[in-house]
Design a protein around this ligand. Structure first.
Ligand code: PBG
Length: 323
């Protein structure tokens, strides 16, 4: 005789009751704000498909990072727009590359802010692919060397965590080995372990100027249909020494966040990617969705699915709201 003895609505009657029994709580400390750093001075260019997000020169980025720290946000992840691109992605691993210089500048102003870097080549290659091109496709093993060099250069500049997003096989092991060999055994690796070949990266490729000039990324990023393969990718990355793993995108892949949370004992991150952000903002601009409620509902869902860390373009407004 569950009813009328049991009335779940009793615990929903007032905000103080709802707050008391809330199962999932968000904190600014779990958010990571992505930033796109570009050459120049005083540059702050809004990304048209991602209102409220910008390409910024280092001086402006440093100011932003002070605000990120004031808001109690967990940290930042940096993406670079180099001065020039080439076949060798040399801007990715140059010691005076755009991201390396940005890390040093942020470190000077906000020494305790957590700095994460995206380790990939697509923003730095003239062809826009994530690695070395051989016979019309990305050559896995040759690309590992670029990734390892890039990770070490980020560590040398002062990054706390390097996050490889290229989806080459063996890259976590290659990066771990290179970091250790250079004396950076305390620099953590957050692997984009299960990264899908997703339509939701569209706005990012405008923001980071990283669209592939031919073909697509389906020979290295994962097929959206595959869940078992996602678990295999995570297992391989754990064996290679990943400290944390990521599922990306977030909202269309909540089932995989949950599966990973139930199986593995390490921090799990999810990336609410550019398209997830743009889609919400477009509807907000049309008056179709309420911005704050949609933002908080999606972030709560990602956390409820099991992600302790959320990379999101909503980091600042969400942190402000959480006060
Ligand atoms: C680099 C990279 C991408 C994203 C993060 N790192 C783009 C891609 O794989 O094409 C996407 C992030 C976003 O859409 O917000 N490889």
């Amino acid at each position: 005789m569950p009813f009328p003895t049991h009335r779940p609505r009793r615990l929903r009657a007032t905000e103080s009751l709802r707050r008391l029994v809330r199962e999932t709580r968000l904190s600014p400390a779990q958010f990571i704000q992505p930033y796109f750093v570009c050459p120049g001075e005083g540059v702050k260019r809004e990304i048209s498909s991602m209102p409220g997000n910008y390409q910024m020169s280092i001086d402006r980025l440093v100011e932003e990072c002070s605000e990120v720290e004031r808001l109690g946000i967990g940290g930042v992840i940096l993406f670079g727009l180099p001065e020039a691109k080439d076949e060798q992605a040399s801007g990715a691993y140059a010691d005076d590359g755009i991201v390396q210089n940005a890390i040093r500048a942020i470190r000077r102003e906000t020494p305790h802010l957590l700095i994460m870097t995206d380790v990939c080549n697509c923003e730095y290659t003239s062809h826009g692919h994530c690695g070395v091109i051989k016979d019309g496709d990305v050559d896995n093993d040759a690309t590992l060397e670029w990734l390892a060099k890039t990770a070490v250069s980020h560590a040398r500049a002062g990054a706390d965590i390097v996050a490889p997003s290229d989806m080459m096989d063996g890259r976590v092991g290659a990066i771990r080995k290179a970091l250790d060999a250079s004396g950076f055994d305390n620099i953590a690796v957050l692997s984009y372990a299960a990264k899908f070949a997703s339509a939701f990266y569209g706005p990012f490729r405008e923001a980071a100027d990283s669209a592939p000039q031919f073909g697509d990324r389906r020979s290295y990023q994962m097929d959206p249909a595959n869940a078992r393969e996602a678990m295999k990718e995570i297992e391989l990355d754990l064996e290679e020494g990943a400290d944390m793993i990521m599922i990306k995108p977030a909202l269309p892949y909540l089932d995989l966040i949950r599966q990973a949370r139930d199986r593995y004992n390490l921090p799990i991150a999810a990336y609410q990617v550019s398209g997830e952000y743009s889609m919400i903002m477009a509807a907000v601009r049309n008056g179709w969705l309420d911005c704050e409620r949609t933002m908080m509902e999606t972030l709560t869902s990602i956390a409820r699915a099991g992600a302790g860390i959320i990379l999101t373009y909503f980091s600042k407004p969400a942190a402000r709201l959480l006060g």
